[in-house]
Design a binder for this molecule. Sequence first.
Ligand code: FPP
Length: 247
Amino acid sequence: MPEPKNDVQTRAVAQGIRLDALPQHIACIMDGNGRWATARGEHRLVGHQQGYLTLKDVLTTADELGIRYLTVYGFSAENWRRPGEEVNGLMDLIAAAASAELTGLIKNNVRVRISGRLDELPQSTRDNLRALEAETKDNTGITFVLAVNYGGRQEILDAARAVAEAGEPWTEESISKHLYTPEIPEPDLMVRTAGELRWSNFLIWQAAYAELYVTDSPWPEFGEEELFAAVTQFQRRIRKFGGLAEG
Ligand code: FPP
């Protein structure tokens, strides 16, 4: 068993987490920002702002714990159906966060990848997100994948079109190769907050064998304790990939 390298790992080990059996890639559906804000008599955008602060903490904690990839659903292809004020607020938040976080992400050796149909985003959001990717591409720490204007069906459709255009054979490998972030290993743990038991069109190809962890906490209240709980559940499960349990 590896020795803990920092305080997060020390606390994780104290709770029974095995550092040699961590999920490599965690994906999060960050649900419940709106309800969290409304319950406090605040505007829904206050919830998204708080969700952003939570995300920063979760990224840092996941990195220190030893998670190699963290993917989050920042804005879905279906989120355009929300009122214009909320859509604009989310776009502004994402663009502002991308520019405000650049220096810190570089300093912390985080590599950023963006997933989704970026060509449909406002120019400033797109430019800031692309800059984030370009300036962090050689970093070697945790990879943070931000899904923006992302839909799982759309991603599969875009990949299928690319396979057809390239005249490649119709295999799982060729579809996988043309997804938005083909070099990222599939998530092995999918976390959803705010108690909803739905997939919501997130990573529907890649998460075929992911373990699911659902918590009633809304995303703004998701912290180290919840992350540890998710990893603990993951480590208790026996993954069979359609076969039989070993041993
Ligand atoms: C779902 O909660 C959350 C979203 C649609 C947006 C998630 C965005 C953030 C956490 C901000 C991220 C910021 C950056 C910079 C990536 P909801 O609004 O559906 O909540 P509800 O179900 O309670 O209404």
